[in-house]
Design a protein around this ligand. Structure first.
Ligand code: F6R
Length: 612
């Protein structure tokens, strides 16, 4: 996953590719590479690290030519190494591909290709594509071999191919992942995102799923997978570069909120098999989890938003897997003198994998003989490297400082872990198990539905944007949601003070501040404590506070308790924090926007806190 570029034209290809890759750097990546066709044949250069390091390699070992592809990779499946970096080549070294997306059936395809004698060099799913094309190219011309290979793929892809056998053009196709064609003056481009090419052309052809392109310097020829011609006129992009980077959204935060269905799909990919009712983990994680003692003690450590995900994890693991769990702020854990032993598993939840307190926490845990499992988004990060096993969240790069998709994918990963342990320990009766698994499988769709609340949330945010104090209250699984909602608001709108509490705590102090017009956001979705939350709402209303209530769809009775109502799709209770997070994030976003806040980079905050 990350940036794809392709170039054919009169300019030196390496310069064009590096320029385009550089313009996608803001998306984050861990390795990069290019493949070029010239009179020597196919030449490839790759580097772990930054584009400037790839550029340095290309200065030392230059390649000339006028046709090539490039890629910046943000590792999802397979570590960030040179071998796993794109482009990937076939056994003959004559074909090269770059790819974004996930090939869901790469396992069986790889086995089939290995049986036919293909040699694989990387751990990626991408590599099957180039070997498939190689296989078909034994009997078909390249355009046909490419289409036949694409027909075998299940999953999502944006893919570009270059072939020594057909050296005057590039090939590209998409299904689910973005790929565009740029048309310049005697030069053409492929790119996964508009900003890559905006400095050279504004004439763009947006590809639809399952369309294939043959691209020369004079422009694209589009066909279906069956080879039928497709006509599409170019459109002119009128975004400036800043808007283009955000995919047309005004802020990265809003873009990332909208990316959540896809992010969660990635977290679940290859791990949840709803048909068989199974949770499957990679070999290392499975060995780790299967080796735990029946009396294992779990301690979740994390900071900020990741800590809130950890709190949701505590509810899940204790209720469904029946394992004892403590949750600690990593900054407290490292100084509280906890006594750990070899039957303790510390679960470190972290987007960046670099947070100083969380890293220090796992080092301390290991020094005392405990085991460490990381729930982490960034492959190859310090925490991912030092942990005994890692459940990657695969949420993709998160650029806004405020965490959104990383949070919901952390909760989803903890849900997978919970169901795995619950099954292993036989704690859930089969009928309930089916419901939990089906609920988890439907999460991407439910988040999509929750996003439909955006216009309503925006209107409610406008109504309360002038308020300067907010409470957020919830119970059980949505007590952490209350903490997270409040954190999101004060983080992105630093003129507002927001506080999250367990709703049952209100009478023990916070209620003293409630007065006319004081806004309180309640999470009152379906749960065994629903009636108790309603009582808390009424306590606020009795003091003339304003209740903004997030409730489950179809709850007709809630209307008379709410001054403003937001509904979210019904879910199994343990997954409700994921769905509820969407309106909480949108509310924070629109309140901050109405206050003119610097949403993506709030003052005093950094994306990765690498100091104590
Ligand atoms: C809040 C936020 C922070 C991080 C925290 C931990 O929106 O982003 O609170 O959650 O700094 O960071 P990671 O997850 O990288 O360890």
């Amino acid at each position: 996953m990350c940036g794809i570029v392709g170039y054919v034209g009169r300019a030196p290809v390496v310069e064009a590719l590096l320029d385009a890759l550089g313009r996608l750097e803001y998306r984050g990546y861990d390795s990069a590479g290019v493949a070029v066709l010239n009179s020597q044949g196919l030449e490839v250069r790759k580097r772990v690290g930054k584009i400037r390091e790839l550029a340095a390699t290309l200065r030392r070992r230059p390649i000339t030519g006028h046709l090539g592809v490039g890629h910046s990779r943000w590792a999802t499946h397979g570590e960030p190494t040179e071998r796993n970096a794109h482009p990937h080549v076939d056994c003959t070294g004559k074909l090269a591909v770059v790819h974004n997306g996930i090939i869901e059936n790469y396992g069986p395809l790889k086995e089939r290709l290995i049986a036919k004698g293909h040699k694989f060099a990387s751990q990626t799913d991408t590599e099957v594509i180039v070997h498939l094309v190689e296989e078909f190219a034994k009997r078909h011309p390249i355009p046909e071999a490419f289409r036949l290979a694409l027909k075998e793929l299940r999953g999502s892809y944006a893919v570009c191919l270059i072939a020594e056998q057909d050296a005057k053009r590039l090939f590209g196709a998409k299904n689910g992942s973005p790929l565009i064609v740029g048309i310049g003056q005697h030069e053409s481009f492929f790119a996964s995102d508009v900003p890559a090419i905006l400095s050279r052309t504004r004439r763009v052809v947006y590809l639809n799923d399952l369309e294939v392109v043959e691209l020369t310097a004079e422009g694209p020829k589009l066909t279906t997978l069956e080879g039928k011609p497709v006509r599409r006129n170019p459109t002119t992009v009128d975004w400036d570069i800043t808007a283009a980077r955000k995919g047309g959204y005004p802020h990265f935060m809003l873009k990332e909120i909208h990316e959540q269905p896809e992010a969660i799909e990635q977290t679940l990919f290859n791990r949840l098999d709803p048909a068989k009712g199974r949770i499957v983990f990679d070999r290392r994680s499975k060995r780790f989890l299967d080796g735990l003692s029946p009396s294992e003690q779990f301690i979740i450590i994390a900071c900020g938003t990741a800590y809130h995900a950890g709190l949701v994890g505590e509810y899940m693991l204790e209720e469904l897997a029946r394992v004892p769990v403590d949750v600690d702020l990593a900054s407290e854990f490292r100084y509280r003198g906890a006594s750990l032993n070899r039957h303790t598993t510390v679960i470190a939840v972290t987007q960046s994998g670099e947070t100083a307190d969380t890293l220090a926490g796992i080092r301390l845990a290991k020094a005392q003989g405990a085991k460490v499992l990381a729930v982490c988004n960034v492959m190859g990060s310090s925490i991912a490297r030092e942990a005994d096993a890692v459940l990657y969240t695969h949420a993709g790069p998160e650029i806004a400082v405020a965490s959104t998709k990383a949070y919901t994918s952390q909760v989803t990963a903890l849900a997978l872990l919970t169901l795995y342990l619950a099954k292993q320990r036989r704690h859930v009766p089969p009928a309930q198990w089916r419901k939990l698994v089906d609920g988890l499988a439907s999460l991407p769709r439910l988040i999509d539905q929750a996003l439909a609340s955006e216009p309503a949330v925006k209107a409610i945010a406008a109504k309360y944007a002038a308020a300067r104090n907010f409470y957020y209250l919830g119970r059980r699984y949505n007590f952490p949601s209350a903490l997270e909602g409040a954190l999101k608001l004060k983080e992105v709108c630093p003129v507002i003070h927001a506080e999250g509490y367990a709703a049952g705590e209100m009478k023990h102090g916070p209620i003293s501040l409630i007065r006319k017009g004081w806004p309180v956001v309640f999470v009152a979705t379906a749960s065994p404590v629903y009636e108790k939350v309603i009582s808390n709402i009424e306590e606020v209303r009795a003091r003339k506070g304003e209740c903004i209530v997030i409730a489950s769809e179809g709850d007709a009775a809630i209307k008379r308790h709410a001054d403003s109502l937001i509904t979210v799709p019904r879910t199994e209770e343990f997954l409700s924090p994921v769905v509820v997070a969407v309106p909480l994030q949108l509310f924070a976003y629109y309140v901050a926007d109405a206050n003119g806040a610097d949403i993506d980079q709030p003052p005093n905050l950094a994306k990765s806190v690498t100091v104590e």
